[in-house]
Write a protein that binds this ligand. Sequence first.
Ligand code: IDP
Ligand code: MG
Length: 140
Amino acid sequence: MALERTFSIIKPDATRRNLTGKVISMLEEGGLRVVAQKRVKLDQAKAEGFYAVHKERPFFNDLCAFMTSGPVIVQVLEGENAVARNREIMGATNPADADEGTIRKTLAESIEANSVHGSDSLENAAIEIAFFFNNDEIVG
Ligand code: IDP
Ligand code: MG
């Protein structure tokens, strides 16, 4: 087991429905600790930069429009195997495929408006954390 940090976003569909606290509770109950957090509104450039890896995908423009449609909560989560653990707590990308009890099964509206983002590897977690946070904003 390894203590890791991962990057998380509570997406606009969740902030719009006032589910910020519900999502944080599910993360904490899953064994993760919020060690940095802020509420921000992404602009087009920030959303496109964050999702640059998806720029050739057919849903890229819709995804960036969705992610700039309202406030988001960006977070650094810490815990044992935090990257994989967070992906388990989140559930599958499409809420229809997500396991019972996961955030996406419980809360998500659609494959796009799926309530949370979570890094998919330790390497990407470090890149994504640095995209939003300075080191002095992360307090473990
Ligand atoms: P992930 O968030 O589970 O890692 P990714 O494949 O990295 O899934 O996709 C990034 C985000 O793009 C998803 O969370 C979702 O919001 C959106 N997305 C993924 N696939 C589709 C799709 O087929 N249609 C619309 N939006 C999608
Ligand atoms: Mg992904």
